[in-house]
Design a protein around this ligand. Structure first.
Ligand SMILES: Nc1ncnc2c1ncn2[C@@H]1O[C@H](COP(=O)(O)OP(=O)(O)OP(=O)(O)O)[C@@H](O)[C@H]1O
Ligand SMILES: [Mg+2]
Length: 268
């Protein structure tokens, strides 16, 4: 769906944020339309996670305006944003290691709005990630990196998101698991959930996203459709080449698989 077709679910206008006196996100404006999957690309340290923190309320905006479903939430505390429907799967998963898979999931669905949908959402996440269903009673900290990533996404889904914010779901995962995780993200997108996806794995992100922004040193330096970004020479040089150089055999196999995914995800 094009962002112009309905009012955006999320709109950040002229956002500045950072730590102490240090401005990290510098005059950023982005929007995410209803049902869209929008990705935010950028190298290490570009400010992607910092921007996610400002959107989810973990960091205050120094300047700018954040509107969510028509409401100015610039000053809304993080827990109220969860209740409003902004649910984050954070960078580095951050599951509760001592708690079981089930307990992590229940906590994800604890907000007042989501509580009544707990059973339905449990069924959905177990359907999406059967591995979690098999490991319900296992301590989350004993799961593999890929399983913990599935749990982090599932926990965010338990919050009944109106905007699912995913910060680097591919981080540190083996290529095969990245594909599993991205297949799941695509299924989530197809169910109509609006997604803001932060990724360094540009090619994987562009297989599921319809549009994207490129952040560099805290500023948006490029934006466009997934197709435009995929074909952009700047992106090819800055990200895709860098990630994929040096392992041609794997590149070929991965590219074939990702191209197949991209075909399924083609919204143009
Ligand atoms: N808690 C913090 N306190 C101070 N500076 C921070 C903090 N977190 C991040 N920064 C700085 O903010 C800048 C942007 O970091 P951020 O984590 O947002 O980047 P990123 O784009 O998410 O990078 P990556 O791809 O490595 O996750 C970096 O210069 C980083 O050192
Ligand atoms: Mg980050």
């Amino acid at each position: 769906m094009s962002p112009a077709a309905s009012p955006p679910v999320l709109e950040l206008q002229g956002g500045f944020t950072g730590y102490g006196d240090s401005v990290v996100v510098n005059d950023v404006s982005i929007s995410v339309g209803q049902g869209e999957v929008v990705c935010l690309l950028g190298a290490n340290g570009a400010g992607k996670t910092t921007l996610m923190r400002a959107i989810t309320g973990l960091l205050p905006l120094m300047q700018g305006r954040l509107v969510f479903r028509g409401e100015d939430i610039s000053k809304m505390p993080a827990h109220d944003r969860v209740r409003a429907g902004i649910c984050l799967s954070p960078e580095g998963r951050q599951v509760f290691p001592e708690l079981t898979v089930m307990e992590n999931l229940v906590l994800g669905g604890f907000n007042k709005r989501a509580r009544e949908f707990r059973q339905r959402n449990l069924d959905r996440v177990f359907d999406l990630f059967p591995r979690l269903s098999e490991r319900k009673t296992q301590a989350a900290g004993l799961m593999s990196g890929g399983e913990q990533q599935m749990l982090a996404i599932a926990r965010a889904l338990m919050g009944e998101p109106k905007l699912l914010a995913l910060d680097e779901p591919s981080l540190g995962l083996a290529p095969k698991i990245v594909l599993t995780v991205f297949d799941a993200i695509k299924t989530i997108a197809q169910s109509g959930i609006t997604i803001l996806l932060v990724e360094q794995n540009t090619r994987a992100a562009l297989t599921v996203a319809e549009r994207g922004y490129v952040l560099s040193a805290g500023k948006i330096v490029h934006e466009g459709s997934a197709r435009e970004l995929m074909q952009s020479e700047m992106i090819q040089k800055a990200f895709i080449g860098a990630i994929y150089d040096g392992d041609k055999k794997r590149v070929t196999r991965r590219e074939r698989r990702l191209a197949a995914l991209a075909g399924k995800a083609d919204h143009a």
